[in-house]
Design a binder for this molecule. Structure first.
Ligand code: HEM
Length: 496
């Protein structure tokens, strides 16, 4: 039987590494590129001393003609976008102009890789890993290092390493789910169920890796030191880039562009899970009950931020997702066999796990962004970096504006909607999945984070020390806690 989706290798993917580069990306050995490599080797001191812009301004405009292998193109991309981010965001004021020694070669490199001329998840996660031991697993965090970081902090290394390990851990699911599509095509329920059960287990493992973010990435370091360098040029009016950035190519033409910053939403792996399972994401605020009238001719696209992020994936990865989207039949296959208990349970388990992953991610965002941004607004953590004006809740324009205006309530609805959409296709609701009231209760918990630190009131009724080290209270627990305090204070007053 002919394969429905071309082999992984046709998209530059591999069974073991998935979307990660199948080989680590080494430094450019050609002495012609020594000046680029030298800057990268000194990136952190140059950023700290404020000397980076002057060094880049003095660079010659290098040609890309010496780049031969894909690994070399990737390294050149990582070098150039690291310089770009450092150039724009070092100093008290961002630079809206990016000089020709970056823009001219970057245009060619990004065209070759079919990426925007901007830093992306591909550069900093997929192509930035350095294994300590080539033969050990890349999903083992202790085996990973990063070629490039802006701050050199353990926290920044850990942040990228978590994503790298997730990509490696999820890699085998690509081939496995392509086989599931083939099996569904020939009506083999048992094989489809087996692959779905494997996928549910894989996503469970990914949740465990995501949870490890707290081990070595301090939210304050992430928010105040690392995140500014991940910023984009879109929606950055309040951070000093009203028009975006000007890609100065030496001509008289002022070429302003706006791009989103580096985001894990650019991970093809998580989008692959959505696509293969038939999960659909709508623009934020659009509910599943709003029906689009039967239109003659092509329907208007119903894209949202998640779809938008595909533009920030390398061309072959984007095409892989498109091709999987055209051929995946898993959802319809399961829907047509509602009485096949094992199959439906396996499918529903995948949705449940993906929903749990998004729940866990919501907690991470709450801890690393929402809480830290609130502290900044109340001046608990004064900020000195241009990219950290309070407008920068999120690299994406609309999210950032709304998020700051309402204390983070726009960013969270986007992520919560993505989470809720995950379980919409569930075959047997209520059998194993979280029901709506549970989700609502969990959402309330996310809002009841009381802060970071050494509290250890683990015994407080139904308040729990969250996995992220925060004390979380349900409204009921908060009420009981307040009553408890009142009683204790009253007793103390009366006894004295
Ligand atoms: C400190 C760690 C993290 C923070 C602060 C964070 C923050 C965010 C934010 C703010 C968004 C909204 C879109 C945007 O980027 O503007 C987002 C989206 C997203 N993030 Fe993360 N993220 C973190 C780690 C991760 C990791 C490790 C993964 C990999 C599983 C991940 C996967 C995603 C995905 C897939 C989306 C798109 C929304 C969705 O599909 O549900 N994030 N993240």
């Amino acid at each position: 039987m002919a394969q429905l989706v071309p082999p992984l290798s046709a998209y530059g993917l591999s069974k073991d590494c998935g979307f990660l580069s199948s080989l680590p990306v080494p430094a450019l050995a050609d002495p012609y590129y020594a000046e680029w490599e030298n800057i990268l080797a000194r990136l952190q001191p140059l950023l700290q001393s404020g000397g980076l812009r002057a060094v880049i301004d003095d660079l010659p405009i290098l040609s890309t003609s010496q780049l031969q292998t894909e690994l070399q193109w990737r390294r050149a991309y990582l070098l150039l976008v690291s310089m770009l981010q450092g150039y724009v965001w070092s100093g008290a004021e961002p630079s809206e102009r990016i000089p020709p020694p970056i823009t001219i070669p970057l245009k060619q490199v990004s065209e070759h890789l079919e990426l925007p001329p901007m830093a992306t998840y591909a550069g900093f996660c997929l192509w930035n890993y350095v294994p300590h031991c080539q033969t050990e697993s890349l999903s083992d965090l202790s085996n990973l290092g990063c070629a490039v970081t802006f701050t050199g902090t353990v926290d920044e290394h850990w942040f990228y390493k978590i994503s790298m390990a997730i990509e490696a851990y999820g890699a085998p699911s690509l081939q496995s789910m392509l086989e599931a599509i083939e099996a569904a095509h020939v009506g083999d329920s048992q094989v489809v169920a087996d692959h779905l059960n494997q996928l549910a287990g894989t996503i469970d493992g990914i949740i465990a890796i995501l949870h490890r973010i707290y081990e070595s990435c301090d939210p304050r370091v992430f928010y105040h030191q690392v995140r500014p360098y991940l910023a984009g040029s879109k929606g950055m009016e309040n951070s000093g880039l009203p028009n975006g950035v000007w890609y100065d190519d030496g001509s008289s033409n002022r070429d302003y562009r706006q791009y989103a910053g580096i985001s894990n939403a650019q991970s093809s792996l998580i989008q692959f899970f959505d696509i293969v399972l038939g999960i659909e994401h709508r623009p934020t605020g659009v509910s599943s009950t709003i029906s689009i009238p039967e239109a003659k001719g092509p329907q208007p696209p119903r894209h949202n931020f998640i779809h938008e992020m595909r533009k920030y994936m390398p061309g072959p990865h984007r095409r892989f997702l498109e091709d999987v989207g055209k051929t995946t039949n898993i959802r319809s296959f399961v829907e047509s066999r509602r009485s096949d208990h094992a199959l439906c349970k396996a499918y529903d388990s995948c949705l449940e796990m993906l929903c749990k992953l998004r729940d866990k991610h919501l907690q991470v965002v709450s801890r690393y962004i929402i809480i830290e941004s609130r502290k900044s607004i109340t001046n608990e953590n004064p900020v000195g970096n241009a990219a950290l004006s309070p407008a920068l809740i999120d690299p994406d324009t609309e999210l950032s504006k709304d998020a700051i205006g309402t204390g983070g309530t726009s960013l969270m609805p986007f992520l919560k909607q993505a989470r809720n959409e995950t379980t919409e296709p569930v075959i047997h609701p209520g059998r194993r999945l979280l029901d709506k009231s549970q989700k609502h209760a969990e959402d309330s918990q996310i809002q009841y984070h009381f802060g970071v630190g050494s509290w250890n009131h683990h015994s407080i009724t139904s308040g729990s020390k969250d996995s992220d080290g925060l004390i979380t209270f349900t409204p009921r627990a908060a009420f009981l806690f307040a009553v408890g305090i009142f009683v204790a204070v009253s007793a103390a007053i009366f006894s004295s």
